[in-house]
Ligand binder design. Structure first.
Ligand code: NAP
Ligand code: HSE
Length: 428
């Protein structure tokens, strides 16, 4: 069974190492030996401990055009040339294993169709939540159930940064530098901190969960770049922790699907609050199963290589037996609805004048836009005026946005300092 590797970086080097050290076990599990026949990289001069130098090539096209290659592993990242190389691999009869969420979230339909046409596998467990077996359980184990909502921490880099800010008061840039050094971040770390990496993963999860094609462009995306040390500290004081969450949910009566990625306050008592460092966790709420939680290492070379190898074994076994993995049914084709239709809770921090009638005016702004207030906390500011922290019950995002605009127009409001969603609380 011949295997070609596209990429010999953080993940690829670990895939090559595991193929070597686990050779005998993998042979038993597949039913035939797996032979690594080439590793495509950009720079042939780089030192790559653990990779046989005679396997290195800077010509990935030549590798995927080989008719004797059974499985191509794509861990080079980016859209092109990865997309063209994968299409070429399918055309030459190879199955493809990929960790490339950016590509799968934008060109998943095209790639799945090409794999179907060629009668080979396209597997990508490592693309979402690193080592955690999540996509196969969603695609296979939960295929007899109806998923209603998925809520998760799916980006290791941002979870690492937020954990360091929360627990050690670390500066944002120092924590990001460390996450890069540890191999968690994308080649361009703005994909992590701006939320695009989590949004790509959310699109892949939603497609499988709701049998509906969801692409990166369908996902509402806010990253952590505007989360301040003050917000993290304020959340901590009030029993919350700030997390970057991916939320994919069905609207009532299956009216559509909303998929969003944004920072949110999570109660410290919620299991997601204790997901630290580069770990990931995903909650799946299904009609019959109830809540199912997946937890583990969400980033890093070796954990990700574990998920890649699992897919390689599955694809190679299918080559041996002549079978194929379950495809990705998108028969439901539910409408993708805008984030304005999502329902969640919010905290709104407002600087106001400290004088009679202010609270009444603020409360009226919420009430006239159908947003119900749960609690209000007022702190007198040393420099004059007051800071109001308003927490709402469940509200529709569109109503909350209009409320914020209304607040901004009030004479008694100096500034709406921040709005943050609250996830993981029970009740209305
Ligand atoms: P990386 O360290 O930057 O490695 C990328 C590798 O691909 C490098 O060896 C690079 O060659 C090679 N490469 C890139 N473009 C190429 C081209 N045009 N031709 C030939 N070789 C090329 O990235 P990584 O962290 O391993 O990530 C790889 C993929 O896995 C990405 O899709 C990423 O999103 C995904 N992923 C990463 C993690 C993680 O924790 N790192 C986790 C899950 C999924 P050079 O070495 O010569 O530059
Ligand atoms: N950059 C990604 C993360 C790698 O930090 O989660 C894992 O997909």
């Amino acid at each position: 069974m011949k295997v070609a590797l596209l990429g010999g970086g953080t993940v690829g080097s670990q895939v090559a190492r595991l193929l070597d050290v686990s050779r005998d076990d993998l042979t038993q599990r597949v039913g035939q030996p797996l032979e690594l026949v080439g590793v495509a990289v950009r720079d042939l001069k780089k030192d790559r401990p653990g990779i046989d130098p005679s396997l290195l090539t800077d010509d990935p096209v030549e590798l995927v055009k080989r008719d004797d290659v059974d499985v191509v592993i794509e861990v080079m990242g980016g859209i092109e040339p990865a997309r063209t190389l994968m299409l070429e691999a399918f055309a030459h009869g190879a199955s493809v294993v990929s960790a490339n969420k950016a590509l799968l979230a934008s060109h998943g339909a095209e790639l799945a169709a090409a794999a179907d046409a060629a009668g080979v596998d396209l597997l990508y467990e490592a693309s979402v939540a690193g080592a955690i077996p999540l996509l196969r359980p969603l695609r296979d184990s939960l295929s007899g159930d109806n998923v209603k909502r998925v809520l998760g921490i799916v980006n290791g880099t941002t979870n690492y940064i937020l954990t360091k800010m929360d627990e050690e008061g670390a500066a944002y840039q120092d924590a990001l530098d460390e996450a890069q050094r540890l191999g968690y971040a994308e080649a361009d770390p703005s994909a992590d901190v701006e939320g695009y990496d989590a949004a790509a993963k959310a699109a892949i999860i939603a497609t499988l969960a709701f049998h509906t094609r969801v692409t990166l462009a369908d996902v509402h995306c806010e990253g952590i770049t505007s989360v301040t040390a003050q917000q993290v500290a304020a959340a901590k004081r009030t029993g919350f922790v700030v997390k970057l969450l991916a939320v994919a949910e069905l609207l009532p009566d299956r009216a559509g699907v909303v998929v969003r990625v944004h920072p949110a306050m999570v109660p410290r008592t919620h299991p997601l609050a204790s997901v630290r460092d580069a770990f990931n966790a995903v909650f799946v709420e299904a009609e019959s199963a109830g809540d199912v939680m997946f937890y583990g290492r969400g980033a890093g070379g070796q954990p990700t290589a574990s998920a890649v190898l699992g897919d390689v074994v599955a694809a190679a076994r299918n080559k041996v037996t002549g079978g194929r993995a379950t495809s990705q049914p998108t028969y439901a084709a539910l409408p993708i609805r805008p984030v304005a239709e999502a329902r969640t809770r919010y905290t709104v921090l407002i600087n106001v004048a400290d004088k009679p009638g202010v609270l009444a005016a603020i409360a009226a702004a919420f009430a006239e836009n159908e947003v119900s207030i749960q609690t209000v906390r007022q702190d007198t500011q040393p420099e004059g005026g007051a800071a109001l922290l308003v927490r709402t019950h469940l509200a529709v995002e569109r109503d909350l946005s209009v409320t914020v605009e209304t607040l901004r127009a009030l004479d008694v409001v100096d500034e709406v300092v921040g709005v943050m969603r609250v996830e993981g609380e029970e009740g209305a």
